[in-house]
Design a protein around this ligand. Sequence first.
Ligand code: NAG
Ligand code: NAG
Ligand code: NAG
Length: 604
Amino acid sequence: MAVSVSKKKSKQSKKVEAREICFSYSILINFFYRIPAAVFLLILIFLWSSSTTIISGKIIHVCVSSRKLNNLYCLSAGTQPNFDIPIPVINNSAISPSINGDIKEILNVVRDDLNPEIEKKVNADRKEEVANSVQAVNVVLDEQIPNAENRADKDENEAANAVEVLKTAQNNPNPDIREVEKGREVEIAHAKKVVEEQLQLHRSWKSSKNHPVCDGRGIYVYDLPSKFNTDLVGQCHDLVPWADFCEYFNNDALGLPIPKLGKGWYQTHQYSLESIFHTRVLKHPCRVYNENEAKLFYVPFYGGLDILRWHFKNVSNDVKDTLSLELIKWLEKQQPWVRNAGKDHVFVLGKISWDFRRNDNSPWGTRFLELSQMQNPIKLLIERQPWHVNDIGIPHPTFFHPHSDDDIISWQLKIISSSRKSLVSFAGAPRPDQPDNIRSILINQCNSAENGMCRFMNCSSGGCDQPESVIELFKESEFCLQPPGDSPTRKSVFDSLVSGCIPVFFCPFTAYYQYPWHLSTDHGKYSVFIDQEVVKQRKVNVVERLMKISPREREDMRSFIIYEVLPGLVYGDSNSQLEKFQDAFSIAMNNLLERVTRMESNAQ
Ligand SMILES: *[C@@H]1O[C@H](CO)[C@@H](O)[C@H](O)[C@H]1NC(C)=O
Ligand SMILES: *[C@@H]1O[C@H](CO)[C@@H](O)[C@H](O)[C@H]1NC(C)=O
Ligand SMILES: *[C@@H]1O[C@H](CO)[C@@H](O)[C@H](O)[C@H]1NC(C)=O
């Protein structure tokens, strides 16, 4: 019997309808053996282009208000329920020629999504394709998609065809279809390879210096008109309809202190990174006030707050994009921006990349990162779009913001000697409406483990609202399960590492493909990986699997996490004076300076 550490304080009904998503190699492969690639692609495109229409606005609201924003301890970085990662077609030469031109065109649209012109041009075609594919999607996923049905009912033939194709594929996969499947497999392998190559490139910019070396490499911080940053903070009462965010902006956006956890602990909101980073960069030793002395240009646009305030209001897409476009206009008047076409500029965005990559069929988010002018600059984000090389993942902010080396050292000592009463814990919300969701399997396995072996903290019943309860749980656990949420990354990953709890990942996009500067390539040193497909097929009991890891191995991992990884994952407070350690902020800034230097020497 497991201990459910849930407070009985029930908030509003928290019915959640979100599909687990994670672009996992094995899921896809498994999927391919069941359906032909053509149908699969249509499904992908459909999900990608209209994921928000699958569910009603009401569900989005309930889901997000209850699980995400209102809850300090948020479960994952994504805020768009049912969000699916669109898989780019990086190399479609393997696609069988038997697939007709329309699908190829769609593929190209997906691939060339960056280009608004092309998108406009084929938009009409695509809409129709999407509508046609909806029936097929229904059949394949065997799900009720009421909104989608309305859009699709005009083409019954298409549906019948899809079923026919499906049956053929299931019962008697013919060589042509096999060929296509194989082609798609090759593409996915290629897509993964591209991600790895990008991370390799990011890692090549890692600075070997453990302190900022300015050396004439000045950082210029634009003094933007206040509508691009501080005015957005000023709207904190009204950012989301159901909560007041103002207290999160106390203490230079670290939030209110949590004395119970010790010095340096604050109720930090997971979307506060823009303010936190901005405050720090203004105090960076390499900061210059003359743009001609600068090599790196920091644009303190609070794009995450900008979109957050529109997510849950009924406004047009034009309204959502207004501030982004005004920013571009403003930048285009700045000499340094024009000089290198933005290549030496950097943005820090406190929400996930997908929130800035709206497509025409979805009302979610802005198009900020899809604008052609935004392709050159570096964007530091809590979750990167895995196929955009200028997206770089940096840690989600945790609740710990040390001021001094001593704050870090005393925390390290506290957690290295912490008594870990449970082998495993999971803090998260179940997704009861999603049979395909590994969270329910994990919760079941956790709840049926021997007494005290695994603890489940039910975030749906308010158990995770207090940061201290979550941190206490993680401090008392050896392993912390980190299944994907609405998007692959989770703030919880960083909370568990900071608590010395070894994270267990089920999807490579949760961490391995995200944080090249802050996490080691040697994943086994700080985490355990169990493929979520194996969990789904119930071929593994996660708790039993973790029991097999020897205490010695655990201690090695934990020491590595606490002494090597942890200091680089936290963002120091706004006046932090770290000397021995580099925090997440310094690592990011040093590497950005390193990259600028490389860019210069390449240009010469
Ligand atoms: C696409 O894949 C084929 C064969 O797998 C390869 O020869 C070709 O170079 C690839 N093209 C690109 C653009 O990567
Ligand atoms: C949103 O606004 C539009 C235009 O003002 C209106 O037609 C629509 O009914 C509104 N939708 C909701 C859900 O309020
Ligand atoms: C979690 O809490 C919710 C809300 O109180 C409840 O409906 C659900 O059954 C709980 N789930 C588990 C697995 O305990």
